[in-house]
Design a protein around this ligand. Structure first.
Ligand code: PMP
Length: 410
């Protein structure tokens, strides 16, 4: 393999030249959101300059251009996750909206009192709260797969939770708080064996490893555009065609109907039936540009480079006195969560920001998994393919400095 040219890809991202507090920005908050390459910024601008129109409704030229661009983006998404057809791709606001859509449409239709929904201890609040709400409404029961001390789900415990009442297993492919890559293939196969449907939360995986919905055989996949170098406000729900066909829409309005009288409405087939109202047309087009950009770089190249960077970073952090790494499963992507003895996570975040290094310090919208490790918050550098060894060294240097200054006071 030719070595990955990180300096070449960095030039594609204008914001990476930004200076913060007199230092070059080091963007290590990719699990929260990713930066946008120039091709995405340009695509949005092109859309508004040359194509902007509402879609599907009019006979004029710009409506045709906008519709082509929007449906073209749907095709790109389908290819990106190897969905058999673009009819299986529903545009939504993000992962959160996609999960809520499934909970409030398929869930209300198919989950009843005494049914069981399984999630994992690793979940983001977006994959906890909608199921909790559904359980309160229906009398269903939420069960949680425990994790080991490295932050990996325990498959033997999962198998004990599965039974004839299990209707759904909904879990994350990569943990946003710890970086754990879950054994998705095994979990999905085990869930199907028990007769349950499976939703895979790909919010943190699609930008780091190849996700193939046919190979994985998940029933739904959700992800957010903004975490994969695309715009905010646009995301994806993939669903198997027979499930989308049998599911009632959750919102009603324009665009999603075949025919409306005061007596009755006939819906369009999926995906239109799940896209009521004017959607986020331009940002869907921008997401298409982001996925094409990422495909040109190649997810295999991305995964290989990021893995080397992650291994380097985990070792470097581990070597700093007082650092406790949270999430040490062998199978990990992007995320390096830690706490530093004697310093609040907030203070570590501030010290890094002072020298232009952006990391998240907080609960990462995943309180249960941090509490599993006895913590309320961690410091969380998270990598993308445009990060460098030098940026990790800058984090380590700040941590060492904090440790020294502490020691001189006590
Ligand atoms: N799931 C996971 C694993 C996430 O990391 C996130 C975002 N942090 C979400 C879901 C929710 O994504 P969004 O806020 O883009 O809807």
């Amino acid at each position: 393999h030719p070595p990955f040219d990180v300096h070449a890809v960095r030039r594609d991202f204008p914001i990476l030249s930004e200076r913060v507090n007199g230092h070059q920005l080091a963007w290590l908050d990719n699990a929260a959101t990713t930066q946008k390459p120039q091709v995405v910024i340009d695509r949005l601008s092109e859309f508004y300059k040359h194509e902007n129109s509402n879609i599907h409704r009019a006979a004029h030229e710009l409506a045709a251009r906008a519709t082509d661009a929007y449906e073209g983006a749907r095709n790109i998404v389908a290819r990106f996750i190897n969905a058999p057809s673009s009819d299986e791709i529903v545009f939504v606001r993000g992962s959160t909206e996609a999960i809520n859509l499934v909970a409030k449409s398929w869930g209300k239709q198919n989950i009843g009192a005494g049914d069981e929904i399984i999630i994992s201890w690793l979940e983001h609040h977006a994959n906890i709260v909608p199921w909790q709400q559904l359980c309160v409404e229906t009398g269903a029961v939420l069960r949680v797969i425990p994790v080991d001390d490295h932050g990996q789900v325990i498959l033997s415990e999962f198998s004990k939770l599965l039974n004839a009442r299990t209707k759904l297993v909904s879990f994350t492919h990569v943990s946003n708080a710890l970086g754990t890559v879950t054994p998705a293939q095994e979990i999905i196969a085990m869930a199907h064996q028990a007769g349950a449907k499976v939703l895979l939360d790909g919010a943190q995986s699609v930008s780091h490893l190849r996700v193939d919905v046919q190979a994985l055989d998940c029933d739904w996949l959700v992800f957010s555009g903004h975490k994969i170098f695309g715009p905010t406000g646009i995301g994806v729900l993939y669903g198997k065609p027979e499930i989308l066909a049998a599911t009632q829409p959750w919102q009603g309005g324009g665009n999603m109907i075949e025919d409306v009288t005061f007596e009755k409405t006939v819906y369009q087939p999926a995906p239109a039936k799940f896209e009521a109202g004017t959607g986020n047309i331009a940002d869907a087009v921008g997401l298409g540009a982001a996925l094409e950009y990422l495909s040109r770089i190649g997810l295999e190249n991305v995964a290989r480079y990021e893995h080397e960077l992650l291994v380097y970073g985990m070792h470097a952090l581990q070597a700093v006195p007082g650092v406790r790494l949270i999430g040490t499963a062998p199978d990990k992507a992007s995320v390096m969560s830690f706490v530093l003895a004697g310093h609040s996570t907030q203070d570590v975040g501030k010290a890094l920001n002072k020298v232009g290094v952006a990391v998240r310090a907080g609960h990462h919208c995943a309180q249960p998994i941090l509490r599993r490790f006895g913590l309320e918050t961690t410091v969380r550098p998270s990598l993308a393919f445009y990060n460098t060894y030098e940026e990790i060294d800058r984090v380590v240097a700040v941590l060492k400095q904090l440790q020294c200054s502490k020691r001189s006071f006590v």
